[in-house]
Design a protein around this ligand. Structure first.
Ligand SMILES: [Zn+2]
Length: 402
C-alpha cells in the first residue's frame, strides 16, 4: 500500500571516497543503490518529532522477518549487520514469531526503510546485501533516524544544491525534525555523499571550515562515534530483572526415573527488556539451588519486555539411580544480561524420591513432624492409599515426632 505514502528516493554511493572524480551513470546508480525513506501518513519530514521517542522500538527490541526469497547467505549478512549494532548499543534484533510490530525484510529493488517503529508490519528493502554498512544504514532508519543532511541545522554546515538533486530524491534532503542532540556529523553512516541522488553535479558542498569532509561524507564503511552515541541516546537501556514469581510440580512424590512436569511464572521486574533467558531446572540435595546442581532441563525465552510475564512448562526426568530421600527441584533463571538480581531468580520445590521411612506414625512425608502437610497428603490421596484410619492417626499424632 505504498502508493498511499510519499516515497522519496535517493542514491547511496558505495564509493564516496573516490566518487569525486568518477560519477557513475545515474541510471546504473539507481538500479543498484537506491536508498529511500518511506514516510508513513503523519510522519512527513516537516513534522517535528521532538526527539525521536514516539518512534522508538519498545525496550529496544526490533523484531524482524525475512521474505521467503531471501537466501540464507543474505540472511546471514543481515544478521551480521544487526550484530554490528548490538555490539555497540542495547538494541536487540529478534526474529519474529507472532509479535505484532516488526520489520518485513524484502527485496523490492532498492535499499529503503521507514523511520522508526510504525506499528504492525513495515517493509525494509535491501539490495546491497554485500555492503554491511548499507544494511546498518537501513536498520538505523528503522530504529528512528533520518539522514544527517535532513537535520534542521544542516545549512550551517553544507550547502544543498537542489538543482543537482534528482527530483524524486528530494525527500531525502527535506528537513526532518529537530536534531539538537549531537554536533553535526559529516562522518555519520546516515550522511549522504556528494553524488548520491545526483543528476550529475555535486548535491552538497561543505561550507568553509568543513571542506575536508567533502570527499569523506557518504562513506558506507563504519559507524561513527556519534552514530554510536546517538543510538545509545535513542535506546538508553536499563536493568532487566527476571524473577521467578511462582513454581510448582505436578507431583512431589516420585520414584527415580519418573517424569515430572515443572510449571511456573516468571516476570521481568526491571526497567528494560531481558534477552536470552534460560529457566534451568536443577535437582539439589539442599534448598540452595545453583548451576552446579544436577541439571534436568531448561526453557528458553528470547526476550521478556519490562513488566511482562512468561511461563515455565517443562517435563523433566528424575534420573534413574537417584537414591531415595528428600530433594529439591529448583528453577534458576540465567540471562545474557549482566546485573541480574540473584536474590529473586530462583524457586524451590521439595520432592520425595522413593519410599521415605516414617519416623513416627502419622508423619506421612517423613519430615519428623506431623502437621498440616501430612493432613493434606492424606486428603489428596484419599481412598488410595489413605482412609479414615490414617486421618485419625495424623490427628492423634499431631506435633513433632517423639
Ligand atoms: Zn537512507
Amino acid at each position: 500500500m505504498h502508493s498511499n505514502y510519499l516515497i522519496a528516493g535517493v542514491l547511496l554511493s558505495t564509493t564516496s571516497l573516490c566518487a569525486a572524480e568518477v560519477i557513475p551513470p545515474i541510471s546504473e546508480q539507481r538500479e543498484q543503490l537506491t536508498c529511500e525513506i518511506l514516510y508513513a501518513p503523519g510522519q512527513e519530514p516537516s513534522q517535528d518529532r521532538g526527539g525521536y521517542v514516539p518512534w522508538a522500538w519498545t525496550d529496544g527490541i526490533m523484531f524482524y522477518e525475512f521474505a521467503s526469497n531471501i537466501s540464507s547467505t543474505n540472511r546471514t549478512r543481515v544478521r551480521s549487520s544487526m550484530n554490528l549494532i548490538e555490539n555497540v548499543s542495547p538494541v536487540r534484533f529478534v526474529e519474529r514469531e507472532d509479535e505484532i510490530n516488526y520489520i518485513n525484510i524484502q527485496m523490492l529493488g532498492g535499499n529503503f526503510s521507514y523511520v522508526g517503529m510504525l506499528g504492525g508490519s513495515q517493509d525494509l528493502s535491501l539490495y546491497n546485501f554485500n555492503l554491511p554498512y548499507v544494511i546498518v544504514h537501513e536498520l538505523t532508519h528503522a530504529l528512528g533516524r533520518y539522514h544527517t543532511q535532513q537535520r534542521n541545522d544542516r545549512d550551517n554546515y553544507i550547502q544543498v544544491n537542489s538543482g543537482c538533486i534528482a527530483s524524486d530524491c528530494m525527500g531525502n534532503y527535506n528537513i526532518a525534525g529537530s536534531y539538537s542532540y549531537q554536533a553535526y556529523d559529516f562522518l555519520s553512516v546516515m550522511h549522504y555523499g556528494q553524488y548520491d541522488c545526483s543528476t550529475g553535479c555535486v548535491t552538497m558542498t561543505c561550507l568553509p571550515g568543513y571542506e575536508q569532509y567533502q570527499n569523506q561524507m557518504g562513506h558506507t564503511s563504519y559507524m561513527s562515534t556519534k552514530d554510536v552515541e546517538t543510538l545509545n541516546f535513542l535506546y538508553p537501556g536499563g536493568s532487566p530483572d527476571p524473577t521467578v514469581l511462582f513454581c510448582n510440580a505436578d507431583t512431589t512424590e516420585v520414584q527415580a526415573g519418573d517424569t515430572i512436569t515443572v510449571t511456573g511464572v516468571i516476570k521481568n521486574q526491571g526497567d528494560w527488556a531481558a534477552t536470552d533467558i534460560y529457566s534451568r531446572i536443577q535437582l539439589s540435595e539442599d534448598d540452595e539451588i545453583t548451576t552446579s546442581d544436577q541439571f534436568l532441563g531448561f526453557d528458553l525465552y528470547d526476550y521478556l519486555f519490562s513488566d511482562d510475564f512468561a511461563y515455565i512448562n517443562k517435563q523433566v526426568v528424575i534420573p534413574s539411580g537417584t537414591p531415595d530421600g528428600i530433594y529439591y527441584v529448583g528453577v534458576l533463571l540465567t540471562t545474557s544480561d549482566e546485573d541480574v538480581d540473584e536474590s529473586n531468580n530462583v524457586c524451590v520445590i521439595q520432592i520425595q524420591v522413593g519410599d521415605v521411612t516414617q519416623p513416627c506414625d502419622g508423619d506421612i512425608n517423613g519430615d519428623n513432624t506431623v502437621n498440616v502437610t501430612d493432613l493434606l497428603d492424606v486428603i489428596a490421596n484419599w481412598g488410595d492409599p489413605y482412609d479414615v484410619s490414617d486421618l485419625l492417626t495424623v490427628i492423634g499424632a499431631w506435633g513433632a515426632c517423639p
